[in-house]
Design a protein around this ligand. Structure first.
Ligand code: FAD
Length: 462
């Protein structure tokens, strides 16, 4: 008798999850999620990998997943522990023959799988699925990942012309019998993560909850109720509030929503409401998301190297004082400070803000871009390894920007915050409704003595 274990990672949804669907073809199925302590420890630069905002969002997402799976009569085993310690035990206990999971390729994700493989009972088959892409790796018009172009436009045009986006899959059908009811299905308490839950800040541009249902509610609102999609390209450089952009990224990052689901909804919108440059532009941005994943598949550890994928020789600064001022929003630029305050207090920052603060840190201040990327990794609600490190390289003149753009924050402020509303929102003390974290509460980097991410073999296409 076949028994499948589905290991949820950055794919916390039941619909359009081909791996879960494949697992459900077995006679018996159970699922697991591990809150891996590694993810909450300090990373290479002494900054914790995951801070309170994303931790809260992740807890909500896993809880929502559990509710979805209950509806399908599938058990979810929730543990705080490394997958290598937890999963082999579950596999033995429940006679699992097949382990299914989303395929990942970056260092930490590969190490987690290696930890599991080392302790797998013999004979257990491992099945991995690429299910985080718009353009599936088996469909892109490149023989190997090495052939992915280093400039976005070439990639976009060729894929748009040659690739048909696959249909999203339905959720698995409800099972008649529940297998292996979870003994441990409670979420770990905050003490397990060694942090306090974040304080709510009413000024946040992301006042949403984690989970598949919440993601669909947001899509429903942005597309169908308000029709903001019709003006997306014109508003996407905004800085204040929930309307200027979709805010899909945190759900996309942990997989509560799939990119193919969004794509199909845009197509439906274009048929039923209207098709214009704005509706296309959302697809355009989703292709950027794919592109950074392909760049990371192509470049492997160079994604984390000081010279980036271009192997630029540069003596990066490593000033603790500059870092403290930048992270706390105490630089010479009010526009940079407002953005850094927003990130610190909410875990959110607009795309415009991210471009400016990254370019300021690495290009204006000449500081090591990897420290900035690690700070974003710690705080961002929507942290995604490929989008974060790829965009950081891009904005630090060591990545895929053929024009090496450097932002002038004052000009940017006059263009995108002409009335000063955004700066007032985050910098006027009288408007604060949440007390800022004490500076002592914030992590300080240990510096750059630690070795950068080590090389792991880059996977082949299929
Ligand atoms: P929208 O404008 O509504 O775009 C829709 C979706 O398109 C986004 O959810 C995202 O999935 C994708 N997208 C849009 N812009 C980009 C882009 N430049 N690169 C890749 N995908 C994009 N995005 C992350 O998801 N996680 C990160 O860790 C991350 N780090 C970043 C770091 C820097 C320095 C910069 C400049 C950008 C980073 N981005 C990251 C990309 C982008 O800023 C966010 O995806 C976007 O701001 C999220 O808001 P939204 O969902 O409302 O975006």
């Amino acid at each position: 008798m076949n028994t499948a274990l589905y290991w949820f990672r950055n794919d916390l949804r039941v619909a359009d999850n081909p791996g879960l669907l494949a697992a459900c073809r077995s006679q018996r199925v159970l699922t697991a999620y591990c809150f891996d302590p590694e993810e909450f420890r300090e990373g290479d630069y002494g900054i914790p990998r995951m801070g309170p905002y994303r931790t809260a969002f992740l807890r909500e997402s896993v809880q929502a997943l559990q509710e979805q799976l209950q509806g399908l009569n599938i058990s979810l085993h929730i543990h705080f522990g490394s997958p290598g310690d937890i999963l082999p035990g579950l596999i033995r206990k429940y006679g699992v023959t097949d382990l299914h999971l989303q395929r990942e390729w970056t260092r930490d994700e590969c190490l987690a799988l290696e930890g599991v493989r080392k302790r797998l009972p013999s004979g257990v088959a491992v099945h991995e699925y690429y299910q985080q892409f718009l353009f599936h790796p088996d469909d892109v018009p490149y023989t190997t990942f090495d052939d992915i172009p280093d400039v976005f436009t070439g990639f976009r045009k060729k894929c748009e012309k040659r690739v048909t986006v696959r249909e999203p899959e339905n959720a698995p059908a409800r099972r008649e019998t529940l297998y292996a009811p979870a003994e441990n299905s409670d979420l770990p308490g905050w003490e397990a993560f060694g942090m306090e839950p974040p304080r709510a800040d009413s000024r946040t541009a992301f006042p949403f909850r984690g989970g598949e249902v919440a993601a669909w509610d947001r899509l429903q609102e942005y597309f169908w109720e308000t029709r903001f999609l019709s003006t997306y390209k014109r508003t996407r450089n905004g800085l204040v509030g929930t309307r200027y952009s979709t805010k899909f990224s945190p759900w996309l990052a942990n997989g509560s929503l799939s990119v193919r689901q969004i794509y199909r909804q845009v197509q439906r919108y274009e048929r039923e409401v209207e098709k214009n440059r704005d509706t296309y532009w959302l697809i355009f941005e989703l292709i950027w998301r794919d592109y950074f994943k392909y760049i990371s598949l192509k470049q492997g550890p160079k994604l984390f190297a000081p010279g980036g994928i271009r192997e630029v020789e540069r003596n990066w600064g490593n000033s603790a004082e500059a870092f403290a001022r930048w992270t706390r929003g105490e630089t010479d630029s009010e526009f940079i400070n407002a953005n850094m305050q927003e990130l610190l207090r909410t875990g959110w920052m607009s795309n415009r803000g991210r471009q400016n603060t990254a370019s300021y840190w690495s290009q204006n201040l000449g500081q090591d871009w990897r420290l900035g990327a690690a700070w974003f990794q710690y705080l961002l609600l929507d942290y995604d390894v490929h989008s974060n490190w790829g965009n950081w390289m891009y904005n630090s003149a060591v990545g895929n920007d053929p024009r090496n753009r450097k932002f002038n924050p004052e000009l940017q402020a006059s263009r995108y915050d002409a009335s000063g509303k955004f700066r007032r929102l985050w910098l006027q003390a009288s408007l604060f409704d949440a007390s800022p974290p004490e500076p002592g509460d914030l992590p300080t980097p240990a510096g750059l003595q630690a070795p950068p991410a080590e090389g792991l073999p880059i996977p082949s296409k299929s």
